[in-house]
Write a protein that binds this ligand. Sequence first.
Ligand SMILES: [Zn+2]
Length: 479
Amino acid sequence: MKRSLAFISAFLFVAAPNSTQANDASPAKQAAVASIDRQATDMAELSDQIWAFAETALRETRSAALLADYAEAQGFEVERGVAGMPTAFVARYGKGRPIIGIMGEFDALPGISQKTQTTKEALEEGAAGHGCGHNLFGPASLAAAIAIKELIAAGDLKGTIRFYGTPAEENIGGKTYMIRAGLFDDVDIALAWHPDYEVSADTSGSQALVGFSVEFRGKTAHAAYDPWNARSALDGVELFTHAINLMREHVQPTVRMHYVITDGGNVPNVVPDYAKVWCWVRDSEHTGVDELVKRARAAAEGAALATETESSFTIQSGHYGMLVNLEGAKLIHENMVWLGPVKFTEQEHEFAREIQRETGVEPTGLRGNLEPLDLTRRAPEGGSTDVADVSWVVPTLYLLVTTAAHDAPWHAWPVVATGGMSIGHKGMVYAAKALAATMVDLYEKPEQRAAIVKEFEEQTKGFKFKFYIPEGPPPVPHD
Ligand SMILES: [Zn+2]
């Protein structure tokens, strides 16, 4: 998923860049940023390899191994295959508190393979592609963790750094399984970032989501010879989706509902006795989603009754909406003000403009400047992430950095194109610096940590985490 501020209002709080801030940065912070500069070539190589592997959810074997091996070579203690997922891992360094965790994703999206060029052309027809920039996400977070590790090793910072290699964000949400396995239990503060077409300390949050499937079972027969003997499972699916589509009129404007029919029979002359629909429902809060699931269950039962079929309803995934930590956002914003804008070349802007012209978007190029900090709490725009689940367990800091042409379609070829070349690399290096600099503050300033934790504790008072994901191990494919 990716988040983005869609507009800027007059009410936004703007932290003015301070020319003396560069000198104010602690030696450790300066060293962390210098470490990222030293790692930049390695980061580009790692991200380009993951971009080329383009492995989808829970199949990210080579991508995960690449990052885990790299972390190990840098002196981290790496535990692989955690939480029942072969591609999930935790890399640890240091001891004692604070324990700061940083998350990295690396899964691709099916069917959007693309070359690093400004027109749509698959690198490999039908293959997957990094249309959400996760090839950049993992290496940037790991580089930031390495910068902190170096400072701990040198005795300049005290505590523990952990990198979480988190698979399957685009599908089942690997982080939720890692939470259930207790892997975040002792973490003081967690961080993540996401590729985007803007640079910001994100406060827009993300939607709560539940993913479920409904299977219908009927009776088969020849569709022309004796259709009266059949009861079509596809009819059940069609009536169910019709109910969902009528429901759209009678839900809050914040609701999103979308589905695909994954099984609708094989050939028209056989009445299908099995059909399946895969559906996601979202709203700003999990309470809203709970209500939608209840109504969808009733729609499934009603569709089965009317079509004389049987339905079964299975919840597959679910995430909370993001708990935005405003104290954390202020700290990230200060650090990004200190870093300055992401500097793209005219050639890179032109590359982005060509993509924008190609996709019918205003050719404005890339947005490298930091967006103003918005401290208003409001309903999130569309989109969900498993980072949000972590945000309800551990105070979580989240930032966005430009890696793609502004407003060009996301989860689509333009993002794959810019994520595999210098535009993506620059955003990735910037993200690593912003994360590393922010983490240095977290280690050096206990009062800063306390303010973030205090806000988190106030927001989660009385909250009990409920897992939407099904019981048992994650659905790891064995093909
Ligand atoms: Zn994403």
